[in-house]
Design a protein around this ligand. Structure first.
Ligand code: ADP
Length: 358
């Protein structure tokens, strides 16, 4: 009969390609059960949106099968999203593990569309997700997420509205359609405080924050008030857009917020009639810019009429047309983003003594 030591020894050969350590050292292996030649384990990953989930499962199965005497293998997959170290002590939003702002150098590049679809795509993997619309000047998240109700007060704060498995809060819930926000910095800071500490977020793995375009008071307030896991930046591919995106990168660097990566939106257009690809705003610019700045590139989203239509009608494309190229791009970007959060958190804990529990 194989022993637990043999099983763990075999699993030490399985290396997480993102975290560059073996799955035993990373503490992923749980509940090892051996009965005659049957071995059962649970692999607890750091995110349900892990892009290499299937590969790790397969490699773990193979590793166990190679032990003499093993004739049955059962690898169960599970996930527990770990918090950013600094967030562990945060009193403001105690149940929120990772706060991930999405920014852009300028408006109109599709930042809100990207934020909403990433949030829903993460929730579709089984993660607990919140979406905070901090774009006070043009709060479009309620429209994209199809929310028309106003949130109600709960015992400890405002109860966010749930749509497509995501808990949402937006300034748009509190404004009349013809009303605009004309506030100075201190009021904007108050709003950020209210959206963080004054909302009953509950347990959240990823709180996606749709920032206003540019680099202003809200960015400053958010970065200074709570520990952020890291920001993602959306840009269209042309040079002018990338130049302003670069300013957002510089701002986050100055505020000591890590950058999780760049996302290229409106990357190319495929003609629905003849199938020809047209690079309207050029293509690959964000990928090249990410390379130059030594930042991860998280993926590219095509320019698609259907994407605009689904956003306008309140049914994000990852829900209404999940197999379309744009939806598949969002699912892949959501997984890449979750992987970057896991990498950051693992790098943080690597500085701490590694704790292995069985
Ligand atoms: P931002 O938040 O950067 O101001 P939005 O997400 O509000 O941008 O997008 C601006 C407009 O562009 C919206 O009408 C949206 O539906 C549309 N849009 C965004 N991304 C795409 C895309 N990839 N293809 C087609 N339309 C898009």
């Amino acid at each position: 009969m194989p022993t637990e030591d043999q099983v763990l020894q075999a699993l030490r050969q399985v290396i997480d390609p993102d975290l560059h350590r073996d799955i035993v050292t990373l503490g992923f292996v749980k509940d090892v059960a051996i009965c005659e030649g049957a071995v059962k384990i649970t692999l607890e990953l750091t995110t349900p949106a892990c892009p290499v989930k299937d590969r790790l499962k397969e490699e773990a199965e193979q590793a166990i099968r190679s032990i003499p005497g093993v004739d049955q293998v059962n690898v169960k997959m599970d996930a527990q999203v770990r918090p950013t170290l600094a967030q562990m002590g945060s009193m403001m939003i105690p149940g929120v593990r990772n706060v991930v702002p999405i920014g852009s150098g300028k408006g109109g590049v599709g930042k809100s569309t990207v934020s909403a679809n990433i949030a829903v795509a993460l929730a579709q993997t089984g993660a607990r997700v919140g979406l905070m619309d901090a774009d006070v000047y043009g709060p479009s998240i309620p429209t994209i997420m199809g929310i028309t109700d106003a949130p109600k007060p709960g015992e400890k704060g405002i109860i966010p509205i749930e749509a497509y498995g995501v808990k949402v809060i937006s300034m748009g819930f509190f404004l009349k359609p013809d009303q605009a926000v004309v506030w100075r910095g201190p009021m904007l800071t108050k709003m950020i405080d209210q959206f963080l500490g004054g909302v009953e977020w509950g347990e959240i793995d990823y709180l996606i924050v749709d920032l206003p375009p540019g680099t202003g008071d809200i960015h400053l307030s958010l970065c200074q008030r709570i520990p952020l896991s890291g920001a993602a930046i959306v840009s269209t591919p042309q040079d002018v857009a990338l130049q302003v995106a670069q300013k957002a990168v510089i701002m986050f660097n100055q505020l000591k917020t890590p950058i999780l990566g760049l996302i290229e939106n409106m990357s190319y257009f495929v003609c629905p009639h003849c199938g020809q690809r047209e690079n309207i705003f050029d293509t690959g610019g964000a990928r090249r810019a990410a390379g130059r700045m030594n930042l991860p590139f998280l993926g590219e989203i095509p320019l698609a009429t259907r994407l605009r239509e689904t956003s306008d009608s309140g049914r994000p494309i990852v829900v209404s047309d999940p197999k379309s190229p744009a939806a598949v791009a969002f699912q892949q970007i959501a997984r890449a983003l979750a992987a970057q959060v896991s990498i950051r958190n693992a790098e943080e804990t690597a500085a701490e003594p590694v704790k292995i529990t069985f």
